[in-house]
Design a protein around this ligand. Structure first.
Ligand code: C5P
Length: 232
């Protein structure tokens, strides 16, 4: 498994995403399709971007009863994405059902990654809204370990947590980390950020980078800078 930079294509139409991807003439970046683009354009957008030769992380964060998740994952595996995800809060049984659904008849399947606690959830909202009173760091590690026991390939987490996840779940358990910013760039609404070079040092396997690339004056140059810092 190689380290890679995944571009978060948070656009609301196919025209916008294709105008963006058309700028990449020399390389085919790994792209993340999230709810916004998927709900705007449907599964056709996944097929079209795949046909252009990109790897795809379909970030739909499934969370439902095990049977529904299993059947939905079977549909997603037929879209031939490379990586997809769910909420670990759906329980181990839901995650195991997801793997079953995602596995194709020939035994292959896309990588499956769990969201632990969203980075927008803090200790206070976890205690007050979810009635979970343990320290959030312990909850994140417990959910990551559950994902590992269910047979998942890794978790989405803050780059600050990537090292600890590897300690608890093993070096081969993949960490996919958003919240990446250049040292000289805008932080925007992300609270805890790291540069691509720091994320590499701490052991992230994939960084997910949105606006530092999509909103750059020269997105291709910004992407290449991420690759140079993180992969090369
Ligand atoms: O533009 P930016 O680099 O902040 O984009 C980060 C991407 O990663 C967005 O698509 C965002 O939804 C996603 N993400 C995140 N934090 C998480 C999980 C996903 O920023 N905890």
């Amino acid at each position: 498994m190689g380290k890679d930079v995944i571009i978060a294509c948070d656009f609301d139409s196919k025209e916008k995403v294709f105008a963006f991807l058309d700028r990449f003439t020399g390389e085919k970046p790994f792209v993340k399709i999230g709810m916004e683009l998927y709900y705007a354009e449907g599964p056709a957008i996944v097929r079209e971007i795949k046909k252009r030769g990109h790897k795809i992380f379909l970030d739909l964060k499934l969370h439902d009863i095990p049977n529904t998740v299993k059947k939905s994952m079977a549909v997603l595996s037929r879209l031939d994405v490379d990586m997809t995800n769910l909420h670990a809060a759906g329980t181990r049984r839901m995650m195991e059902a997801a793997i079953e659904g995602l596995t194709r008849p020939d035994g292959t399947r896309p990588m499956l990654i769990a969201v632990t606690q969203l980075t927008s959830t803090d200790q206070e909202s976890m205690e007050q809204d979810l009635l979970i009173e343990k320290p959030i760091a312990d909850v994140v590690m417990h959910y990551a370990h559950n994902a590992k026991l269910a047979g998942l390939d890794g978790v989405v987490c803050s780059p600050l947590e990537a090292g600890k996840v590897h300690e608890r779940c093993g070096a081969g358990f993949v960490t996919v980390t958003p919240g990446v910013r250049f040292a000289d760039g805008d932080i925007g609404d992300q609270k805890r950020v790291m540069t691509p070079a720091e994320a590499k040092r701490i052991g992230s396997d994939y960084i997910v980078v949105g606006r530092p690339i999509t909103a750059a004056d020269d997105p291709v140059a910004a992407y290449r800078r991420c690759v140079a810092e993180f992969v090369d």
